[in-house]
Write a protein that binds this ligand. Structure first.
Ligand SMILES: [Zn+2]
Length: 149
């Protein structure tokens, strides 16, 4: 029934090799294969085998569930971090534009392709629209410079 699979033509369908490939491709498959092998390993003449097998299955299932739950938590955290990084990066870019700074390095990287390390705030004319968006009509920078020293 696998005759139609043209891409595997010539390849031997060794079940052991197939299992190994599956295990290598997915940690959940590896866990399932371990479970199946544990079932097979039980000696047939052992009277306690069914109970031991059931216990092993339950234990492996619990470990699989725990691993999947942990994977879901880690994936959730990774997504939150990625989103937070994107939001922070966008804010920094807008702030750099509002202050006339290099949005890539803020003048801290001599190797920066955008400013060659000269991109401190005030390097270029601040973007007035961005400035108004961030600071409102009255810029705190301008207000601060008006204060008597
Ligand atoms: Zn730069």
């Amino acid at each position: 029934m696998l005759e139609g699979a043209g891409s595997t033509a010539g390849a031997t369908l060794d079940p052991a090799q197939l299992m190994q490939d599956l295990a290598a491709s997915d940690p959940r498959m590896a866990m399932l294969i371990q479970l199946m092998q544990a079932q097979r390993r039980q000696p047939a003449d052992d009277i306690d085998a069914p109970n031991e097998r059931d216990e092993t299955i339950l234990e492996l299932r619990a470990r699989l569930d725990a691993a999947e739950a942990q994977l879901a938590r880690m994936t959730h955290i990774a997504r939150q971090l990625r989103d937070a990084g994107r939001i922070a990066s966008g804010r920094l870019g807008r702030l750099a534009a509002a202050l006339g700074a290099c949005g890539m390095c803020w003048g801290e990287d001599p190797g920066c392709r955008g400013c060659r390390g000269r991109g401190r705030p005030g390097m270029v004319r601040p973007d007035p629209e961005m400035r108004a968006q961030l600071f409102g009509a009255q810029s705190p920078v301008r207000e601060a410079s008006r204060q008597p020293h």
